[in-house]
Design a protein around this ligand. Structure first.
Ligand code: GUN
Length: 283
């Protein structure tokens, strides 16, 4: 039976570390501040944004909240981001995705000043990630790496299969694993014989957005399984991209859903806010 990786516990450890750092900065009259922008009323986004603001409160980061109506124009959003880019009190800017269809997401992400891009989605920060020099790393991928490391698992030299090639998880987590000296195979919907790749992997990161995609017979004994998926089933319950019951029997370590990767994203966001603040204050 696999050891369950407790993302709630590890994320709390990280938030407590961030809290201490915020207290230290406060002694120098430096107070990190995050602007959270939500456009429209996507129910999942409302929950995420509420949790992000709650985490700010917990660690002592000031949060500025902008809840804009779904009719907000692209120009209005870009103007708000421009004013936050210029505001020295604001260290981080987060625009919750997805945005309404009439707003160009790429244009919005590009408009955020890279040093305030606490989501790590700006192409400049993605570029730094690809050359192994990123300060602000995408939160969910960075959270996956922390879960592995803080569980005492050595990544160096391991064979990793990443399932899914999205810009917000699959691609960046592949780069982070590569920076940790893993040998990475990035699998996607056109990959031939995906079972061959997953069976051959020491570590599997599942981020395909398909409920229970990774089955027990697709993994080898002792594999480490990190489940990034959050899917809502017909009965209202959440499930991941991994068939937990099957994989738990063969894996050495596995993350649950909920309570695995999910809480790590916000913890890493808090960490990024402090990193951004320190870098802007030349600390
Ligand atoms: N929507 C889903 N995940 C994320 C995330 O990590 N950041 C933002 N800004 N929006 C999201």
């Amino acid at each position: 039976m696999a050891q369950i990786i407790d993302g709630k516990k590890i994320s709390l450890e990280i938030k407590d570390e961030v809290k201490k750092e915020v207290e230290t900065l406060a002694k120098k009259s430096i107070n990190p501040c995050l602007a959270v922008i939500l456009v429209g009323e996507n129910p999942a986004s409302l929950v995420y944004v509420r949790n992000k603001k709650k985490a700010c409160e917990y660690v002592g980061i000031k949060s500025l909240s902008y809840e804009l109506s779904s009719g907000t124009t692209e120009k209005e959003l870009l103007d708000l981001i421009d004013s936050l880019n210029k505001n020295p009190e604001c260290n981080g800017i987060l625009v919750q995705l997805p945005l309404p269809k009439h707003i160009n997401e790429d244009k919005v992400l590009l408009s955020i000043s890279p040093e305030k891009d606490v989501d790590g989605f700006h192409p400049f920060n993605v570029g730094l990630l690809s050359i192994g020099n990123a300060v602000l790393k995408a939160c969910t991928p960075a959270g996956c790496i922390e879960l592995i490391k803080r569980s005492g698992i050595d990544i160096s030299g391991k064979k990793c299969a990443v399932l899914g090639r999205s810009n917000i998880v699959g691609k960046p987590v592949s780069m982070l694993l590569t920076a940790e000296n893993a040998t990475v195979t990035l699998c996607h919907s056109k990959t031939k014989d995906i079972i061959n790749e997953t069976k051959n992997a020491d570590i599997i990161i599942a981020a395909v957005g398909k409920p229970k995609f990774l089955k027990g017979d697709m993994i080898s004994d002792g594999a480490v399984i990190i489940d990034v998926g959050i899917n809502r089933m017909e009965n209202g319950k959440l499930c991941g991209d991994v068939n937990f019951d099957e994989c738990e029997k063969k894996a050495s370590f596995i993350t649950p859903v909920p309570g695995g990767v999910g809480p790590m994203t916000i913890a890493m966001l808090m960490k990024n806010c402090v990193l951004a603040c320190k870098s802007q204050n030349k600390i």
